[in-house]
Design a protein around this ligand. Structure first.
Ligand code: SAH
Length: 362
């Protein structure tokens, strides 16, 4: 057995093992992808679970240097769906047996926002008779607010740490109290303590990011005991300050490949968590999400934001499917998941097995 194949068979992984996995190419890369897919089938099965994504507002208090909807970008048309538009989108998810929805937006920490989300969560629970699982992804909030939303019925939360290299974190965020690495980390700990299935993730292929940083990110997911991960390639946006460093980036295809390697390596490292095939994969390769599924991901977040607004939630350029309506999206995904030898878990929550196992221990 080659040294590389031996690493794939190990039951624990050092920093240098993970770096080695992320640096592989050619035949080794195919071995890694194959192993990621096998481990997924063995530990979480070949089912792919849907999370209908409702990007309900692009209004954002933050100014992340990479993000197209950052506060200082004045060329964005700002929108905020009405409550009834959000509830209609949730009804669509329920009618089409998506199992779960993700409610995402720019960041806003006002009490009125907290109240609005609490009400929406209860209303979504009500209209679906408790059928829809609810994931929130609305940024950093006080622990008491996370607690209220949990009590209202949200049971998963996504908050990407973006990178665990603190120096890099501060290079890609403005230097002010609104963009504090430790606070973001504290939020993740609060979410876990409250009892959410906790999800995080990173961007892959950021300027100045090294393979060692990404190996650290993977080890962080493991040490934290994360339940879900969504991570995808960084894609430059011309209206953002980080665009100035576009010459430093890996070519798009390499960033895409590296993202698949991260998914496969994470699946081997954390066998029973939920891993999303990020939409950003599809911004680079039309079959990006299917490829993500093949190498280890088991979650897809079909965009069910009303078509009218999709163009305005442009976190990065070349965002896919912005000219479709939700119904078109669904037919398309059935075919896509079948292509990746998967089967859609219609009407199921598809909770993280990792979370279920750990919560039983308590
Ligand atoms: N306000 C929420 C949701 C933010 S958008 C929150 O802070 O959690 C969701 C994710 O999009 C971000 O966490 C970031 O990882 C990703 N994103 C933003 N800009 C991006 C870019 N240019 N390329 C790739 N991903 C990006």
């Amino acid at each position: 057995m080659s040294p590389f194949s031996k690493i794939l068979e190990q039951s624990s992984f050092s920093h240098s093992d993970l770096e080695r996995l992320l640096q592989c190419n050619g035949d080794e890369k195919q071995q890694l992808f194959k192993k990621g897919g096998e481990v997924k089938n063995l530990f979480v099965g070949n089912k792919v679970y849907f999370r209908g994504l409702i990007e309900f507002s692009n209004v954002c208090d933050k100014d992340c240097l990479y993000c197209g909807i950052r506060n200082s970008n004045h060329s964005v048309h700002r929108y905020n769906l009405t409550d009834s538009e959000i509830l209609d989108a949730a009804r669509f998810a329920d009618d089409n047996r998506f199992g779960s929805v993700v409610i995402q937006s720019g960041e806003n920490s006002s009490p009125a926002f907290a109240e609005r989300i609490t009400t929406l969560v209860s209303q979504i629970k009500q209209l679906s008779n408790g059928r829809l699982g609810i994931t929130l992804s609305v940024g950093e909030q006080p622990e008491s607010v996370y607690q209220r939303w949990f009590e209202a019925g949200a049971h998963r939360y996504l908050l990407r740490i973006e990178t665990t290299n603190q120096t890099l974190y501060h290079q890609i965020h403005p230097a002010d109290q609104f963009h504090d690495f430790n606070r973001r980390m504290d939020c993740l700990h609060s979410l876990k303590a409250i009892g959410y299935q906790t999800g995080t993730g990173v961007m892959i292929g950021l300027p100045f990011q090294t393979m060692g940083d990404l190996a650290d990110d993977l080890l962080f997911f493991q040490q934290f005991g994360i339940d879900m991960v969504g991570m995808g390639p960084y894609i430059e946006h011309s209206d953002t300050p980080l665009y100035a460093f576009r010459e430093e980036l890996l070519p798009l295809q390499e960033r895409f490949d590296l993202s698949l390697k991260m998914i496969a390596a994470l699946r081997i490292l954390m066998k029973d968590i939920n891993i999303a095939a990020a939409t950003a994969l599809q911004a680079i390769d039309p079959l990006g999400r299917e490829k993500g599924i093949k190498v280890g991901a088991n979650i897809i977040m079909p965009n069910i934001t009303p078509g009218l607004y999709r163009n305005d939630y442009s976190l990065y350029e070349n965002k896919p499917c912005i000219d479709e309506e939700p119904a078109q999206c669904k037919g398309c995904l059935d075919a896509r998941v079948a292509l990746a030898d998967g089967e859609i878990g219609y009407g199921e929550w598809g909770d993280s097995i990792h979370f279920m196992k750990n919560s039983k221990k308590v």
